[in-house]
Structures are given as structure tokens and as C-alpha cells.
Design a protein around this ligand. Structure first.
Ligand code: 5AD
Ligand code: SF4
Length: 479
């Protein structure tokens, strides 16, 4: 078996620390001639699991690989470099990754030159690296969320030293600017505004895997957005684990509301942002959203639970009443806004009464969509140490009850849309029926309709004719 070089190993104690030593580094790595000779004209494959932050990381990694002449492929069997970009937020995400690593065993047997790399949040956990090193000898390189900028250097090390390589560190993280990027979509783009998270909700692994909350300089963000506007992009989504905290660490007085306004003024047709934290969400953001028509009237505002006891034990810093008050203030100024949320069922020792409160509060908040999860213990987090008296079967039953109640509400909203005309940004052919085009409304509803493929990337008007639970059907309005 090949020897393993351990450059850095992750460590939960270091990951938990919060020190104020964030640096902004401008990327300037010069790849060696050997690296370019070996990989230029060869195929690069990246499969991303998890959230939008991972998707944006994939775009940077593909940008780096293309900078040495590699060609992007969606076919893993063609790959010379394959990267699995992982998610650690729940156990089922990790199980999927292990399944995928297993599938690469055959591909690696067929192509001895294939370099298989594992990165992302899952790798930021020591036990995962140890397990993978032992069970999957065909994984060659491990790198973490903090050293994506080292991708080419790591490939170089791997081909020269011919050893397995682990370089995953746990620290508060830096900000790396001016890295190359290959956007996945030609019309919709993600732009990071903050990295990391300092909220430490008791169930969540993210503050350990992605480091301290740190904000990019407003000028770097605006530069990236200006390029997107000039290139004809139609939609920008500003990304952060908690966008409302933007700027707090910079101590230059710039707030999220100001940043949002500056980006809106650049004239991008559609502007969104993800994710908002209820007690950090400030009313000046509502005013900016109300003022600019190009800021979509859609807000993802995770509640996690409607029970104050569970919220407190989750370490969420608001009550259900404060949450609903915020919703009322938002609706008072933006009556047509669509709200979505994240909800976890089955937090340790949650009662049936707690779940009933969650259903009650959710119906009051009147969501048009929601992401619902069954709690998954994450090693090293405070909640994972709790003894839990609720069997999984019971959690599943409560989960189904919540989902059914929410779906009645979603269907009500979709039905209300029938007969009305909405603007839709056309993504492309529908995945299920090539005769149809698909796109999203301002409020993030998926719509299928007949139309010419020349409309892809345009914002068109569609009259809704049918509503289904997860999508709408409509007719193009020719003006
Ligand atoms: N178990 C279940 N769901 C979780 N989330 C985060 N951590 C966990 C966990 N341990 C959910 C939260 C968060 C979303 C991205 O994932 O709802 O908002
Ligand atoms: Fe996780 Fe809470 Fe941070 Fe969201 S705010 S990433 S749920 S710790």
C-alpha cells in the first residue's frame, strides 16, 4: 500500500476556537511545467454534495483545474482528476459520499492514472479521514474547506511524491481573493459575502468545518458582481451561513443592508440572498428589499423549531414570538413576499407538543416552501452528547405529520397562483420532459411551459394554468 503523507489533520478543539487573525490573501500560485504537461488536455470531474457554499467552491476548483488546461467533464469514467466535494450536515449526506467513493474503485482499476480527491466539510472531521484512509485505499488526496486554493499545489505534490496526501487543517480560516472561476450556470451566479459561522447552534457541524465568520471586503464583492452584470448574468445570490452578520468583523461600519443596496444598484435583474438568521435580521434590510424591484420578494428564514424550549436547547437566539413579530414586520412592508424555512424534527428529547407548536407557528408564518429534516447527531457538537429518549420511529411519524401540514399550505399558495401571470427566469429544458422549458418565478416556484430553447437565460412572462405540489405548469405570454 502507498505511504500517506500527513501535512495537517483536522482537530475539533482547534475548529472550535475563535481568534481574530483573519487575513485576505490574493491568489497568485504559478503551476509548474510538469503539472501542466501532465494534466493539460485531460478531463476533470467534480461532484458536489450539500449546500450552495459547496457549489461555489466547485466553481473555484474547476476554475483552477481549467487554468492548467484541463477539460470539464460530467462523466466520471472519463476523468483523470476526480473530486468528491462532500457535505457533513447530516449523516445521510455522509452515507451518500461513502457510496460514491465505493463506486470509484472500479474506475480507478480501469484508469490507473486517475487521481481521486476528497474535499469539503466531511473531510474536516478526523474520524472520517481515518475511516476513509483505512476502508478506501483508492482515495489519493484529502484537502479541507480552508485550502481549496492549494488544489494545484496538492496535485503537484501528489504526482511528484507518489504518496497519499492529507492536508486538512482546522482553523478560523482566511479569505482568498482573485481565484479563477468556472461558473456552472450561464445566467445565475452565487457570490460569497461571508464565510464560516459563529452561531454554534448546538446541533450543527458547520462552525467547526467552515471556521470563523468572516466577511469579504465590499469592493471585492462588488467587483465580482460587476463582472457578472457585464457578462449578462440575470441573477445573483449573495451567500453566507448568516448574511445578516455581514460586516460585523470588518469594523468599518458597512452593514448587510448597505451591501445589498450597493449590489442592487449595479442593475442585476434578479438579486437574492441566503441564509438569514432571524434575530440578526435587521429592519433596514426590509426597507432595502422593499425599495428595489430587482431584489426578489422571497426570503429564506430558517426557524428550525416553533417550540421555545427546543429553540433554547438548540442555541437559537430568538423565541417563536420574536420570529413571528419579524415576519409581521416584513409582511407589513412587503405584502407579497414569499417565505421559506428550514425545520428540524427530532432534536433530542423533543416532545410531540413541541412538534405541534412547530406546526402551529409554521402555519402562522405561512411558508410557501420549506426544507424539513430529521435531526442527525453530529460528532463533536453539544447536542450529540445529549441522551435522547425519543425513538427514531416516533421522530419519523412526527416528521411526516409536520410535512403533511406544511404541504397543505404550499398547495394553497400554488393554487392561488393559477390564472395569474409571473415573470420566470428560464433555466433550460425541463429535466422530465424535453418538450418543455423550466424556470423559477421571483418567489422561487418552479414552472414548466412550452417554449423555444432560444428563451433560455431570458426572463419571460408565463400564465399559470395548473398547480402541483412541487411545480407549476403555465403558458408563455407573447408580448
Ligand atoms: N440534523 C438535521 N438537520 C440539520 N441541519 C443542520 N444541522 C443539522 C443536523 N445535525 C439543517 C438546519 C439548517 C440546514 C442547512 O440543515 O435546518 O438550517
Ligand atoms: Fe449551523 Fe446555526 Fe450557523 Fe446555520 S446559523 S450554519 S444552523 S450554526
Amino acid at each position: 500500500m502507498k505511504k500517506t503523507i500527513f501535512e495537517n489533520m483536522p482537530d475539533m478543539d482547534k475548529a472550535r476556537k475563535r481568534v481574530d487573525s483573519i487575513k485576505t490573501i490574493y491568489y497568485d500560485y504559478k503551476p509548474s511545467k510538469e503539472l501542466i504537461d501532465r494534466f493539460s488536455g485531460k478531463y476533470a470531474y467534480i461532484h458536489t454534495h450539500g449546500c450552495q457554499a459547496n457549489v461555489r467552491d466547485e466553481e473555484t476548483m474547476m476554475g483552477l483545474l481549467e487554468s492548467i488546461g484541463m477539460i470539464k467533464t460530467d462523466d466520471p469514467s472519463k476523468a483523470d482528476v476526480a473530486i468528491i466535494n462532500t457535505c457533513a450536515v447530516r449523516e445521510n449526506a455522509e452515507d451518500k459520499v461513502f457510496g460514491e467513493i465505493g463506486e470509484f474503485k472500479n474506475l480507478k482499476a480501469k484508469n490507473k492514472n486517475l487521481v481521486l480527491m476528497l474535499c469539503g466539510c466531511m473531510v474536516e472531521q478526523k474520524h472520517i479521514i481515518e475511516q476513509t484512509l483505512e476502508r478506501y485505499p483508492h482515495v489519493d488526496v484529502f484537502f479541507g474547506t480552508h485550502n481549496i486554493q492549494d488544489l494545484l499545489k496538492l496535485l503537484d505534490e501528489y504526482i511528484t511524491k507518489k504518496s497519499r496526501y492529507v492536508d486538512v487543517s482546522s482553523f478560523e480560516g482566511n479569505i482568498i481573493e482573485k481565484m479563477p472561476v468556472t461558473r456552472i450556470d450561464n445566467y445565475k451566479a452565487f457570490v460569497n459575502i461571508t464565510y464560516g459561522c459563529d452561531k454554534f447552534c448546538t446541533y450543527c457541524i458547520v462552525p467547526y468545518t467552515r471556521g470563523k465568520e468572516r466577511s469579504r471586503d465590499i469592493n471585492d464583492i462588488l467587483d465580482e458582481c460587476k463582472i457578472l452584470v457585464d457578462e449578462g448574468f440575470k441573477e445573483i445570490t449573495l451567500l453566507g451561513q448568516n448574511v445578516d452578520s455581514y460586516g460585523k468583523d470588518l469594523k468599518n461600519g458597512v452593514t448587510f443592508a448597505q451591501l445589498l443596496e450597493e449590489v442592487a444598484k449595479l442593475g442585476i435583474p434578479r438579486l437574492r440572498f441566503l441564509t438569514s438568521y432571524p434575530s440578526d435580521f435587521k429592519d433596514d434590510v426590509i426597507d432595502v428589499m422593499a425599495k428595489y424591484p430587482n431584489i426578489m420578494k422571497y426570503l429564506h428564514l430558517p426557524i428550525q423549531s416553533g417550540s421555545d424550549d427546543v429553540l433554547r436547547r438548540m442555541g437559537r437566539r430568538y423565541t417563536s414570538e420574536e420570529y413571528l413579530n419579524l415576519v409581521s414586520r416584513i409582511r407589513a412592508k412587503i405584502p407579497n413576499i414569499a417565505l421559506s424555512t428550514d425545520i428540524i424534527v427530532g432534536f433530542p428529547n423533543e416532545t410531540y407538543e413541541d412538534v405541534k407548536k412547530t406546526i402551529e407557528v409554521s402555519l402562522k408564518a405561512d411558508y410557501t416552501s420549506a426544507y424539513t429534516f430529521i435531526y442527525s447527531p453530529r460528532k463533536g457538537t453539544p447536542a450529540a452528547r445529549l441522551v435522547d429518549n425519543v425513538p427514531y420511529e416516533e421522530k419519523s411519524k412526527r416528521f411526516r405529520e409536520l410535512v403533511s401540514a406544511l404541504e397543505v399550505n404550499f398547495e394553497k399558495h400554488s393554487k392561488e397562483m393559477v390564472g395569474n401571470v409571473y415573470e420566470v427566469l428560464v433555466d433550460g429544458e425541463s429535466k422530465k420532459n424535453k418538450e418543455l422549458l423550466s424556470g423559477y418565478t421571483e418567489t422561487n416556484k418552479l414552472v414548466h411551459f412550452k417554449g423555444d430553447s432560444s428563451l433560455v437565460g431570458q426572463i419571460v412572462k408565463v400564465k399559470i394554468t395548473e398547480s402541483h405540489l412541487h411545480f407549476l405548469v403555465g403558458e408563455l405570454i407573447n408580448e
